[in-house]
Design a protein around this ligand. Sequence first.
Ligand code: URA
Length: 435
Amino acid sequence: MLSAYEIIRKKRDGNSLSAEEIDYFVREYTAGNLPDYQASSFLMATYFTGMSDEEILQFTKSMMSTGVVVDLSDIPGPKADKHSTGGVGDKISLILAPLAAACGVKVPMVSGRGLGHTGGTVDKLESIPGFRTRMSIGEYKQILARVGLVMSAQSEDLVPADRKLYALRDVTATVESIPLITSSIMSKKLSEGIDALVLDVKVGNGAFMRKTADARKLAKYMVKVGKLYGKKVTAYLTDMSQPLGREIGNWDEVVESVMVLRGESKSADIIGLTELLTAEMVSLCTGENLTSAKKRVEKTLASGAGYEKFLDMVRAQGGDLKVIRNPGSYPKPRFVLEAKSVRSGYVSEIDTFGVGMANVKLGGGRAKVGDKVDPVAGITIVKKAGEKVSVGDVLAVVRANDDSRAKAAVEQIISSYVLSASKPAGSKLIKERIS
Ligand code: URA
């Protein structure tokens, strides 16, 4: 057997690793027998040289084998989940999970924390005072059976390899890799005990995959791995060339999601994408055609049943319902600054990566493993792509507890906006369906 050093070297030089080598590296790192610096080198070598199909499958399998695969067969009903490859302002899971549950699909959702410039569902949920995302598998199953959905972080038992590697990738610029994203997402999803999975593969300047061809390749890998494990999987390529909705930031994304669930938001992109992905989950689980599933989802959202499910889930996971019912009672950030336009025209482009990084620097994400995120740090996007702007108009509002960070974010946001003289054509939100 090669040593960790030799395995890193082999990968660095672009060679394929054997199943034993991959398994050894994943197992020993997870057990704490290999240091972070060797795992970081391994990740960077993989980032640059990639993996073969066999290696991706083996890496996923090895990661899964560090934890348990949850058996949900004693809980009646179809189980499905959705996972996004990561975006800015992407709060779809917070709305979709209760909405799908309200439509009769059981949703056992295991999510991640912020990764690179993107936000994470777990950080968002943990901004709700008292909300617990860590729980035993017994409790995870109990909440799922009782409420119809559960939204948790990776427990000690569920793919601990990904928990460690994910945190390391977050701070070592090794996220944007098809093998690493495929194995990270699929190892978690295949361990949850689901029957069906909908993948939201983001593409654009705020996504890990900037080109459609790369996003398509990633989607196809994930669908293939899912099918090899006997799951029903559909992937959508969706636009991430501007933030989704208006809010970026952990608590503010919870509030925006609550507004959608209560029917108090007009955010067409969030509502449209959530309804489509939820309908796909319903359709995969019931066999109902997508059009009729979509109608049912729309009706359920309008009825408020999704909001009631969200409240049930927050209650079951220990969260404070008072702040959900009255978001105005939540603690306020110390600094709220406006980013104003210095030019006029139409918003033709927003550097979404730059805006996501501005949120990280405000405290909404992490600079190093173990950093705490600030729940109230965030950005409200006032002007979206295609909108008209005059000199002095507010492009975005920045919230932070640190004055100098807020000022730096304002500068970064202003330079993230590209204006043009004529109205841009705009990009389609839903680009492709792959099943
Ligand atoms: N989401 C994950 O869980 N892992 C990734 O690598 C990217 C997005």
